[in-house]
Design a protein around this ligand. Structure first.
Ligand SMILES: [Zn+2]
Length: 326
């Protein structure tokens, strides 16, 4: 598969080295090194530092203490040069909520760190779409945000209700009462382009930006294969029956903890039945129309997702290169 230019959060350049997490002495040694860095999350939003070279997500690790300490820390791994990278969830009180204009698609809370003009809280979707930090930092932020979101929402044991303890360098929570262990979750989502000859299926959810159409998507259910989930979701949302399914590429999608599994599906015919619940519209687009969406020249001002999202690359692959199922 070719490199997918601009795909968000999919750059995996740091060494996770999970074996290091088991050794608290080694984790403490790494944390004490001069070149240790931290990615900071507060109230589910990344903190960036503005400096002479623009915005930077990697802070000196001492910032954690300077900002009042962390609720949770996690060792992400080592950067290519060997610098230890940590993620930290700051106390909620470290930041102030000034306003909240959030709606369906975007997190538009205005959060600030009082007295620290150099620190900006920016939602991760805007960071990725605006290319505000280098792609490797966006990927580290995606890991940090997903892990810290899980900690913030899974403080109590799902088995007995007791408060759990952070373990394994931030990658597990252990219950002191019933001894159950709990690991950060990743939710698999299939996102797929159903195609038939020179046409493909795109739909729009009510929460999408005006005029945007995208590939259909849905959560994989327990006991289901990726292929079955693809066929089921297309059938449920568009009433289109599909046969062959082909994997394309995947993308971490930390809103809050998904893994997007991109696929193509061979539609068996061009029939369609919209459920009207999850999608407000779904329809067939020709290859020429798809090109107009991607190139932002559609006569009705319809658009496709930007390159940050895997839906863009699914559509682009089929539009310009085509897809083979055998
Ligand atoms: Zn328990």
């Amino acid at each position: 598969m070719a490199h997918l230019e601009g795909l968000g959060f999919a750059v995996d350049t740091f060494d996770r080295g999970a074996y290091r997490r088991e050794d608290p002495v080694e984790v403490a040694r790494l944390r004490a090194l001069d070149d240790a860095r931290a990615l900071l999350i507060a109230r589910d939003m990344p903190l960036l530092r503005s400096g002479e070279r623009g915005l930077d997500a990697l802070m000196p690790i001492g910032e954690i203490e300077a900002l009042g300490g962390a609720q949770v820390e996690a060792l992400l791994g080592l950067a290519p040069g060997g610098a230890p990278i940590f993620a930290a969830l700051l106390e909620d009180e470290a930041v102030e909520l000034r306003s909240d204009a959030s709606e369906g698609f975007f997190d538009r809370r205005i959060l600030v760190v009082p007295g620290r003009e150099d620190l900006k809280l920016i939602d991760l979707r805007s960071i990725a779409m605006g290319g505000l930090v280098p792609p490797d930092q966006a990927a580290m932020l995606a890991t940090s945000k997903a892990v810290m979101h899980w900690h913030a929402h899974h403080r109590f044991c799902a088995n007995c209700g007791a408060l759990t303890n952070v373990a394994v360098a931030g990658w597990r929570r252990d219950c002191p009462v019933c001894k159950a262990t709990h690991c950060p979750r990743t939710d698999p989502v299939v996102i797929m382009l159903a195609v038939d000859g020179d046409a493909c299926v795109l739909g729009r959810q009510p929460r999408f930006p005006k005029g945007m159409y995208s590939a259909l998507a849905g959560f994989v259910e327990p006991g289901e294969t990726v292929e079955a989930a693809v066929r089921r979701e297309i059938s449920e949302e568009a009433g289109v029956a599909c046969g062959a399914v082909r994997y394309f590429a995947s993308q971490p999608w930390p809103f809050p903890t998904s893994l997007m599994i991109g696929c193509f599906a061979q539609a068996l015919d061009r029939s369609m039945k919209v459920d009207g619940v999850e999608l407000e519209d779904v329809r067939w687009f020709t290859r020429d129309e798809a090109a107009a969406l991607i190139e932002r020249r559609h006569p009705d001002r319809l658009t496709a997702p930007t390159p940050v999202a895997i839906a863009h690359h699914l559509l682009k692959q089929w539009t310009y290169e085509g897809v083979k199922f055998s």
